[in-house]
Design a protein around this ligand. Structure first.
Ligand code: ZN
Length: 252
């Protein structure tokens, strides 16, 4: 990864910035410098630098080889969050949340797109159907403003090309921090202070889903929970038509 978390500030740093602040791996006499460790933004474990003594390469950060404990970044990018069936469902709340989502679908689509650069409307439609099938609307503590963030972590986003131009060159995957292993954990284990991480992977040449070895960088996503209070976004007629074709009844 090109960036990690600063040893004690919640800021991303590159290897160059880390060296500038904490010194190089070895001091002038070739002895190991005692430095504070940078941290992994997803699991909080210590990270170490790789390649920093080689002036030919930009150094990267990596987990300690013996580091144990769950880290979402060490999972394959294709791994999905576990969806538990909601317990103690409130059918009125479920229905109200789903209809409110449809009332504001443009806000949700637009917010997701802002993190992804491009969002295929058919992918968005699939996510809604997935939420229906897995009863995501029925989670007792779910709030409408959390839906697009949950949608973001539900699938991976491969590079997107248009003719011979790449619109999104890298593979993207979103993760909640390591406290969240199932969607239920969002409300059970985080007390709403969850962190969302955007991981960028190089597109594997073998056409497979990338894994940790292709991980290029991570970024802590600035979560915007106020997006429903903004002006309604203007979307293309193609996008709007597809939504109406699919969810005619809901959008009436
Ligand atoms: Zn980690």
């Amino acid at each position: 990864m090109r960036t990690a978390l600063h040893p004690f500030k919640n800021e991303s740093i590159t290897v160059t910035q880390y060296i500038a602040e904490f010194g190089a791996k070895l001091d002038a006499y070739g002895n190991k410098n005692l430095r504070l460790f940078p941290r992994c933004p997803a699991c909080g474990n210590n990270m170490y630098t790789k390649g920093e003594t080689n002036p030919e390469v930009d150094g990267v950060f990596s987990h300690q080889p013996n580091c144990n404990g769950f880290c979402p970044l060490k999972e394959s990018a294709g791994k999905c969050y576990e969806i538990l069936l909601p317990i103690d469902e409130d059918p009125y709340k479920t229905k109200a949340l789903r209809s409110s989502f449809f009332k504001h679908w443009k806000f949700h689509y637009n917010l997701m797109k802002s993190y992804l650069k491009v969002l295929d409307i058919f992918d968005f439609i699939k996510l809604i159907k997935y939420a229906d099938k897995n009863k995501i609307w029925s989670y007792r503590h779910i709030e409408e403003k959390q839906i697009p963030y949950i949608f973001l972590v539900l699938k991976e986003y491969p590079p997107v090309g248009n003719k011979n131009k790449l619109i999104r060159k890298d593979w993207l995957r979103f993760w909640f921090d390591s406290r969240v292993r199932t969607l239920e954990d969002l409300w059970i284990h985080t007390n709403k202070d969850w962190i969302l991480i955007k991981a960028t992977y190089a597109n594997p040449r073998n056409g497979k889903t990338p894994n940790y070895t292709q991980l290029k960088d991570t970024e802590i996503v600035t979560v915007n929970l106020d997006f429903l209070n903004k002006e309604e976004p203007i979307l293309s007629s193609f996008v709007i038509n597809q939504m109406h074709k699919e969810f005619n009844k809901e959008l009436e």
